[in-house]
Each structure stands twice: as structure tokens, then as C-alpha cells.
Ligand binder design. Sequence first.
Ligand code: FMN
Length: 196
Amino acid sequence: MTITQSSDLVDSMLARRSNKLVQAPGPNPEQLKQILQTAVCAPDHSALRAWRFVLIEQSEIAAFTDLAIDATRRWGREITPQKEQNTRNWLSQVPLLIGLAYKISHDNSKVPEIEQTLSMGAAVMNIQNAAHALGFASYWSTGLGTYTEEVPEALGFDGLDYRFVGFLAIGTPINPLAPVQRPDAMTLTHAWKGVA
Ligand SMILES: Cc1cc2nc3c(=O)[nH]c(=O)nc-3n(C[C@H](O)[C@H](O)[C@H](O)COP(=O)(O)O)c2cc1C
């Protein structure tokens, strides 16, 4: 499909905002499949297909919350009772968490790890845009024990072979957010004037 007119797709991307506070319903199985399919359209040097996702559905989120909080404490990070309560309140409403990882291609002389990381970031961005286009909100967090060994491992991602890059909470926004002022991209852009 080619989008020729100034497009709904671009308008949707321009209006996307992260929104942490989401509730059910989350995407149905068909929508979720479609959303994840956009992830594997990300640019992918050498077709590594390294992206990996783990679905933590609402019925498992309470158990996962306990695991993430306990593992983060064991890892040595302080979590105050207030912070714990805030995390529990937040996650008790979330209908779907997607854990995000990629399989590391070790010592790949053609695709340095930064390119592998970038491809994963592009995949996650596609998910966020697709979720938004379907009327959901999402929020990428590297809380919840992302950088512990224990949490990724419990989710099936051994730290020797996988880089775990966080979680997306996806669902229906509890409070839809008004559009936000974004920087003017042209202030971040310059034209190269050729060799002086
Ligand atoms: C890799 C990554 C990890 C993030 N982790 C957190 C996080 O742990 N906590 C947080 O408050 N925001 C985190 N953010 C930022 C939010 O996901 C979100 O991008 C930010 O609130 C800005 O919202 P916007 O996407 O509408 O610009 C993270 C963003 C990225 C790209």
C-alpha cells in the first residue's frame, strides 16, 4: 500500500503521546498480532531478526509486579513504600505489558551492537505508533527491574544472549492526553553547505 495523500499515518504519528495510565481493554488478539507485525517491519541490517517480545497479560501482572519489586530490591535499589504503592496502583490497571528484548549477535563484524540496539528501538517505536493508530496508548518504561539479571531471566531472556530493553504498557488511556508542544525539528537540523 502506498500512502500518497498527506496522510492519516503521519497525522497519527504527530499526535502520538506516551501515556502511562492505561486500563482495559487492551488490544484484542487480532489487534495485538497486527501491532507486533509492525515491529518486524523495522530496519534490520543483515536480517538478524533479533527482536523478541514477551507478553504479560493482565492475569499475570500481579505476580509479575511482586517479582519485579522483589528483584529490584535484591539488586540493591531502594523502593520506598510510597513508590511501591504507586507502582502497584499503576500496574493493577494495566491490561498488557510487553517485555522487550533482542538477541545479541555477538562479535558481528558487519552489524555492531549499536545497530542491533537501534533496530530494536525502531521496532518498539513501530509498536507504539501502531498501538496509537488503533486507539490505544502505550508507555515505554525501563523501571520494573529491566537492568536486573533476575527479571529478564525470569521472562526467558538470559543476559548472556539477550539484551533486555524494558517494557511497554499498552491499553486504553484512562485520561486521554491533549496534544503536546514538540520541538521544531528544523531547529535540530542543518543543511550541509558542501566542502568549504
Ligand atoms: C528506552 C526508554 C526507556 C524509558 N524508560 C522510562 C522510565 O523508566 N520511566 C519514565 O518515566 N519514562 C521512561 N521513558 C520515557 C517515556 O516512555 C516517554 O517517552 C516520555 O514520557 C515522553 O513521552 P512521549 O513519548 O509522549 O514524548 C523511557 C523512554 C525510552 C525511549
